[in-house]
Design a protein around this ligand. Structure first.
Ligand SMILES: [Zn+2]
Length: 257
């Protein structure tokens, strides 16, 4: 009896070598689950797997296997080629893909992760070079929020008092209590463990979390601020999800930006 097949639309997150010529692919499927499947002969010249580029969106026909499922057909939906022809864009995309690969699981559906990520990868390929880190930051902030670790940047997480728009205590720095989920006001700061973060950086964090990718692509951001937001993201992910993204570390140490 022939093995059952299924169709799947997904974004290619990761490729891992398998044996002499095969690849294992990890994809974010349309239902928000992770799909892992083998592309046989993918590393041979002329293989259909040339259509399975990282960060592209593809339609697949997959055969269920005993241990690993096997990709039979590939159709490109959106190649997102602009990402792969730019080192800056590829570096940011690798952060987004690594986070998605870490927070998604086979068989565990999540209805908003795919449309959000599809939009983010498209925007990353099309925005101006100065905006690429901001687009990555926004995607990371939105993904961790969807995963249940949404940061609060505008009001105190303990008492609800507005912090970012506090004109009376308009200090250059605010207190961010990462473990407790966001900023804290000057009255509550003694009750929790917190770090000083520049008010401007937190305003950017809030803006990137709350805005659409179209708005973000059209709002020029200083590179130093985009990096500062990325550092907040790194601390947030480490504290709440328990992972240090390798691609984010690379972004901090590379000289390409
Ligand atoms: Zn407070």
């Amino acid at each position: 009896m022939a093995s059952p097949t299924y169709r799947c639309r997904g974004i290619v997150l990761k490729k891992t070598k398998l044996g002499e010529s095969d690849l294992i692919l990890a994809l974010l499927a349309e239902n928000g689950a992770q799909v892992r499947a083998v592309a046989k002969g993918a590393r041979k010249p002329g293989s259909f797997a040339a259509r399975l580029e990282l960060y592209s969106c593809v339609d697949l026909l997959i055969v269920q296997g005993k241990s690993l499922d096997i990709i039979k057909e590939v159709r490109i939906v959106n190649s997102n080629e602009n990402i792969r022809t730019s080192l800056e864009r590829t570096t940011c995309a690798s952060v987004m893909a690594e986070l998605l690969e870490k927070v998604t699981h086979v068989g565990l559906e999540h209805d908003r992760l795919f449309p959000l990520s599809q939009k983010a990868f498209e925007c990353l390929g099309q925005c101006t070079p100065d905006q690429v880190i901001a687009v990555m930051d926004a995607h990371v902030l939105k993904v961790i929020s969807l995963c249940g670790f949404k940061p609060t940047f505008d009001s105190c997480v303990l008492c609800g008092l507005p912090v970012l728009s506090d004109e009376v205590h308009n200090q250059p720095f605010c207190d961010l209590a990462i473990l407790d989920g966001g900023v804290v006001c000057s009255s509550c700061v003694a009750e929790v463990e917190s770090i000083h973060v520049s008010r401007v950086t937190l305003q950017w964090c809030h803006y990137l979390l709350m805005s659409t990718f179209e708005q973000i692509a059209d709002t020029p951001i200083d590179q130093a601020e985009a990096f500062a937001v990325a550092r907040v993201c790194q601390s947030w992910i480490l504290t709440h999800i328990g992972i240090k993204l390798k691609a984010l570390n690379f972004l901090f140490t590379t000289q390409i930006f």
